[in-house]
Design a protein around this ligand. Sequence first.
Ligand SMILES: Nc1nc2c(ncn2[C@@H]2O[C@H](COP(=O)(O)O[C@H]3[C@@H](O)[C@H](n4cnc5c(=O)[nH]c(N)nc54)O[C@@H]3COP(=O)(O)O)[C@@H](O)[C@H]2O)c(=O)[nH]1
Length: 805
Amino acid sequence: MPKKLAMRNTTISHVYLIIAMFVAMIITLTFLMQIQMNALMAVRAYIGGAGVWAKAQKEAILSLEHYALTHDENDYQNYQRSIQIPIGDLQARIALQKPNPDLAMAREGFLIGGNHPEDIESMSDLFLRFQNFSFMTEVIKSWTTGDKLIAELNEEAEKLHQDISSHSINSDTVHTFMIRTNIINQHLTEQENLFSSTLATISRSASHASRNFSYTIALLFTLLGVGISWTIIARIRAIDTVLHNSEAYLRIAATAFESQENLIITDANEVILRVNKAFTENTGYSAEEIIGQTPRLLKSGRHPPEFYKEMWETIQLKGAWQGEIWGRRKNGQIYPKWLSISAVKGAGGHITHYIGSYIDITERKEAEEKIKYIAFHDHLTNLPNRRLLLDRLQQALTSNARSGRKGALLFIDLDNFKDLNDTLGHDTGDLLLQQVAQRLEASFRENDTVSRMGGDEFVVMLLDLSEHHMEAATQTELIGEKTLAILSQPYQLDKYELTCTASIGITLFDGNDQMKDELMKQADIAMYQAKKAGRNTLRFFDNQMQDAITIRTKLDTELHKALESQQFQLYYQIQVDNARRPIGAEALIRWQHPTRGVVFPGEFIALAEETGLILPIGKWVLDTACAQIKAWQNDASTQALVLAVNVSANQFRQADFVSQVQTCVQLHAINPMLLKLELTESLMLKDVDDTIVTMNSLKEIGVQLSLDDFGTGYSSLQYLKRLPFDQIKIDRSFVRDIATDPNDAAIVQTIIAMAKTLGLNVIAEGVETEEQREFLNLRGCYAYQGYLFGKPVPLEQFEAMLELA
Ligand SMILES: Nc1nc2c(ncn2[C@@H]2O[C@H](COP(=O)(O)O[C@H]3[C@@H](O)[C@H](n4cnc5c(=O)[nH]c(N)nc54)O[C@@H]3COP(=O)(O)O)[C@@H](O)[C@H]2O)c(=O)[nH]1
């Protein structure tokens, strides 16, 4: 923690500073005391010296006065000895006052002056240091004056000595001498007093100054000490706070360490130092077992050495790594985890520790796998779904392009599955689909893919077929045939036992520039060909099929446009009675194609049925027919005509078909009896009960119902009895050969008889010859439609034809 470290360093330097300050204070005060002591010693020595000096001077004068009276040479000698002391001091002063003070000479002088040898240094020192200070100049001045007086005294002494030695002395001379020495003595005493009092003053002042200075220094150091101590206290408080916070951090870190995430700390050599509880619970290793080991103990063995090499290189380079990795628990279980490793660096930038944290992603992985499974499998059969098949197909295309081997797609569609679903229910339908899936799975190799597209459609992808087209086709055909055989075996679906066949469309692929969607479409097209070929069979895709599909696609686009651009038109084919009188017409749709001219319904109705476009087309036909009936109301020749329109199965099955018819009838305000709806026989077979309900509702509106193409379907009399038809229309395929084919003649005769029994009208279509008309007439059929009376024509021609009739 750099902040803490910086604070600690600052505090330590403050402590050093305070110690240094006290040392400095002690040294300074000691030094000051030393100076003070020296100064005081020097002052004391000078005061002492002054006493000695004064005493010697007094003794010298006494000895000299005595000598003047006694002329005893001993007295003069005494004078000489006494006067040496002041003269010694004079010598010392002169030596010290030299530009280059002569300390040796000064010492000699001071010694002669009777000063203590130990005082001499401080005396010289005081003199030299302070000689220019005012207080010292006073002293020196007094001293100099004293010295001059001593010199005067000495002159008087020498003169006296000469006078005595030459016996030229008299009482007057002695008297004068005595007066002069007295004067000198008085002056000297004054100077001594001045000298001593000045020194005493200096001593006191120095003492006061020194004490005050010491106090000031001590005060300053104390203040400084207090200031620094204050700072240190503040620092210590701050450190306390930081320490407190650090402890909190440590507590937080310890709590965080014991989090849900699995944590592991190693040293720089990857030796495990610490793990948390989550880790021990997750791996099964106790802390004691794992500490001291390396994370290699946790290796799964699923990653190659390069994986770990790369991982550690990243950590060294970037300081961290994270990724998905397999680990091993103590019980040997391998499991996935999301691992993050961070390198911890010390102050020098070297790695000191590694911290590893990971979360066990076993559950997440399982969930992902489950989601992936759901996304790529069909929930009913558990087979791969379309997405997975396309994925594998893409891979196969890539690998086949390299290997040159062929593959195949088998598009399998169950025959009549919808009928089974409708009649036996969806649960039974589901059971069938599951059993079909099981049979398919059991009969293909493991590397082939059996998938379900949805509904009753399955696609099998075969891999590793021959490189040669024909051989691959033969292999696939055999497999396809086998599959048809397997699927056509009876199924036991709860209480029902039934058989169900399939139609298979096959396309081969080799991976060269082939698109998977295109291949799927090809197999689908081939499957439709198989259906067309009668079901329970297989067909290979060929290019002609592709062309047909291309045309179909184009037609579909154009049909949509045709509806928007009102390119449809109704033609009318006359229906007559046995006296050839017009009784009605059939409205037949035509497409006025902008480039192709008139296009007949045989070319587009089936496609419109498949695509659902028949619904808006049917609505348009109904609306146009009702409008025409209304238009014919104004003319006597047309107002009784019944107009028949074809209704497709999809149109009839619309939930709101009845209300569509009712709305149309009401909107155009027509007599509903003049509208006849032609329903095909096949329409009746599905959901008979619903069909009856719808038909009854239509009958309630008042429209007529005609059973179209009668005889081509199942012609179930059982149903026919229950269905509220007004009319049966004999299909033209029976009419065509009634004169020549006894079977057809018999069928037509039976139909007419049956219709009479059921109380239904009967009309024959496709009447082209008088012979046919006569035959029908003789058998009791009195209504006809066919080229013999008129082809379907546009409205104008139809109305013109009526005028001629
Ligand atoms: N859902 C709808 N289907 C419609 C509609 N209009 C027609 N169709 C269906 O198309 C089928 C073919 O119709 P079309 O080509 O118009 O053929 C009709 C007649 O031209 C033809 N016909 C009539 N008389 C004769 C004849 O003497 N010889 C002969 N070779 N052909 C003849 O029969 C067709 C009418 O048949 P049908 O409807 O069964 O009476 C047609 O069968 C409709 O299914 C439509 O608007 N909606």
